[in-house]
Ligand binder design. Sequence first.
Ligand code: HEC
Ligand code: HEC
Ligand code: HEC
Ligand code: HEC
Ligand code: HEC
Length: 338
Amino acid sequence: MLALLIGLAQMFPGGRGPVGVGDTPAAMLSAAACADCHPDEHREWAGSRHAQAWTNGIFQREYRQKPGAWCVHCHAPLEAQHAQVGTGGPLLAEGVNCATCHVRDGRIHARTQRPDSPHETVTDDAFGGPDWCGGCHEFTFPVLDGRGELVRYTPHPMQATVAQFRAGPHARDPEGCRGCHAASPGQHAYPGAHDPRMLLRALAFDVCRAGDDVVMTVANVGAGHDVPTGDVHRHLLARAWRPTAPEAMFEAFLGRRYAPQADGGKRTIWDSGLPPGTRRTYRVPLAQLGDDGGPLSFELRYVYTGDEFPRAGRDPGEPTWRVVHEQRSAAADLPPCD
Ligand code: HEC
Ligand code: HEC
Ligand code: HEC
Ligand code: HEC
Ligand code: HEC
């Protein structure tokens, strides 16, 4: 067990430093080294957020504002990638690549070895399990120095996807995270919040009428962790408004707020995210929306950034939000709430 824990800790230092691959030939570090024999894995990975962890506009926008080694340790984790920061080499652009997850000391790491495998594979039952994903997906707020280097971690969770999963109804699913994010071992697309189908699977949105009020319900029906989880800026907006009176729009924010701590770092001081299997209702008096009898609009929107509508010069070059559900109906046509 101890050996196993050390093994996990060695695979991903959790932002404390770059991922070291020990004695690995440089030619094995690029995804190109695996593409010919593993074309399907390569294709799926190339379209994933893992492959775009360094290049995506939302990350780059934040990173450029305050470039720091800490960010690099998870978004382009290999030592050899770190060496390309500044020169922008091709390995850096591979973000979280095959070698980051599979290669140490020139050997392939995996949960099981296939009978026809040519590799000298190190197998580990914990490979790909929730704690293994947690090597990058579970961490606390850092205290950083002026150059963006990690001084120390605080005890306050920054991304707690694995802890949320452990506290939820899917904690005992034998496939762990991969049951929802990769149905078979070979799947490498890891769709998440940037995939509209995953957002639809996670969230149910419902509107009904109770007397002179409308009642909106948002429920986490399909995620194994809070929605939103992960990056600190992510949030949902549930809205109701009359197109004729947009100034009277009702808006509910589902996400987190933070405050700096006296001893450094930050702490979450408010969290309205939805744990798995929970729902939240918002009761809005029709009169508040400017009741002129015209149709009403309802919307549930997932926002990836702190700024839904970036100001000039802050456009990340990819969507900052996605509408998950929308509907338009007259108040009289809404079903009664039961
Ligand atoms: C010369 C062909 C070839 C190359 C190059 C290659 N692999 Fe494989 N690999 C295989 C074959 C064949 C298997 C057996 C399973 C299969 O058919 O996919 C395999 C299996 C695996 C497995 C499952 C564990 C195992 O040993 O069965 C992993 C993980 C893996 N390869 C990762 C990689 C990575 C990462 C790279 C690039 C650094 C790579 N492979 C390069 C041919 C190759
Ligand atoms: C310990 C690992 C770790 C470190 C260190 C880290 N991140 Fe991340 N980051 C992640 C993970 C895991 C995700 C995926 C969670 C998600 O998609 O919500 C992520 C997601 C993001 C996203 C969302 C990207 C998107 O596709 O929407 C941004 C932006 C981001 N990180 C910026 C940063 C910046 C800037 C730094 C340095 C100040 C940093 N990260 C440091 C692990 C890390
Ligand atoms: C974010 C981490 C991650 C990255 C990046 C990644 N893999 Fe994997 N890979 C996994 C996990 C987890 C499994 C599943 C292990 C299991 O359940 O047996 C896996 C399984 C595999 C398998 C075995 C598939 C099977 O059907 O048994 C191969 C082959 C493989 N990966 C190759 C690659 C190649 C090639 C790349 C780069 C193009 C890559 N992986 C990138 C995590 C990753
Ligand atoms: C029961 C299915 C399920 C399980 C289990 C599950 N997820 Fe998810 N996950 C989803 C769905 C659906 C979404 C899309 C909605 C969303 O973005 O929250 C998602 C989104 C995400 C995101 C996007 C970031 C964000 O802000 O939402 C990350 C990162 C993630 N999952 C990681 C994990 C990890 C790591 C585990 C295991 C500890 C895990 N997931 C287990 C279903 C699941
Ligand atoms: C080496 C670090 C690392 C490991 C290991 C890792 N991830 Fe990630 N993952 C990241 C980073 C960094 C991102 C954010 C990419 C970006 O900037 O959008 C990410 C993004 C994701 C996303 C997409 C989130 C979105 O909003 O679209 C999902 C889903 C995800 N990871 C699931 C997993 C699961 C499940 C595992 C374990 C099988 C895992 N990851 C292992 C670093 C890692």
